[in-house]
Design a protein around this ligand. Structure first.
Ligand SMILES: [Zn+2]
Length: 167
C-alpha cells in the first residue's frame, strides 16, 4: 500500500502538510499534465488560437486569454545551466540532502527553452554546469479522496531530472 500524504504523519492525512499537488481531475484543471507524466511524456500547453506556449501548463493562455489549449511534448533531456545545492535544512518529508534545484536548457528547438527543476539521484558536490540531465517520473505519497461513501486512495506521480551517467 502506498504512503498517504506526508510520511512523517504516519498514514494520517493533513491537507495543510501535503507537499504535493492534488492531481485528480476533480481537483486539478491541469490533470492531463500528470496523466501524460504517467505515460512517460513531459508536456505543457500551447494555445490553439495564438500558438503561445506556456510553462508550467495553464488553463488559459497568458498571451490572449483563450482557453483553447492543447498539450505538446517537451524534450526529456537537457543541460544544466546553473544550480543551487542545499545541504542542510531540507524540509521534512523531502528525501534527505542534498536538495538540488537547477535551471535546465532544453535546447534551441524546444518550445520551452529553459525551466527550473529539482535534480534527483545526484550525490552532493557532483553536479556541474553543462552536465546532461534527463527527466524522471516517480511516485509520490497518495492522498485520500471521498467517492460516495468510500474513501479511495489516489495515487500520484511527480517529475524531476537526474544526471545522465557518463561511461
Ligand atoms: Zn493565446
Amino acid at each position: 500500500m502506498s504512503t498517504i500524504g506526508n510520511p512523517i504523519l504516519e498514514g494520517k492525512y493533513a491537507a495543510s502538510m501535503d507537499l504535493w499537488p492534488l492531481e485528480a481531475r476533480q481537483f486539478n484543471r491541469i490533470y492531463e499534465f500528470y496523466d501524460n507524466l504517467r505515460a512517460g511524456r513531459f508536456t505543457t500547453t500551447r494555445c490553439k488560437r495564438c500558438q503561445h506556449v506556456d510553462y508550467p501548463p495553464r488553463v488559459i493562455c497568458s498571451e490572449c486569454y483563450s482557453d483553447e489549449l492543447e498539450y505538446i511534448d517537451l524534450p526529456v533531456k537537457g543541460k544544466v545551466i546553473s544550480f543551487t545545492e542545499q545541504a542542510r535544512g531540507v524540509p521534512l518529508g523531502f528525501e534527505p540532502a542534498p536538495l538540488i534545484h537547477a535551471w535546465i536548457d532544453l535546447g534551441k528547438d524546444s518550445p520551452v527553452k529553459r525551466l527550473l527543476s529539482r535534480i534527483h539521484n545526484c550525490p552532493a558536490g557532483s553536479l556541474k554546469e553543462d552536465d546532461d540531465v534527463q527527466l524522471i517520473v516517480f511516485d509520490i505519497p497518495a492522498h485520500p479522496m471521498e467517492v460516495g461513501k468510500e474513501t479511495k486512495t489516489m495515487e500520484r506521480v511527480f517529475f524531476g531530472f537526474e544526471p545522465i551517467k557518463k561511461d
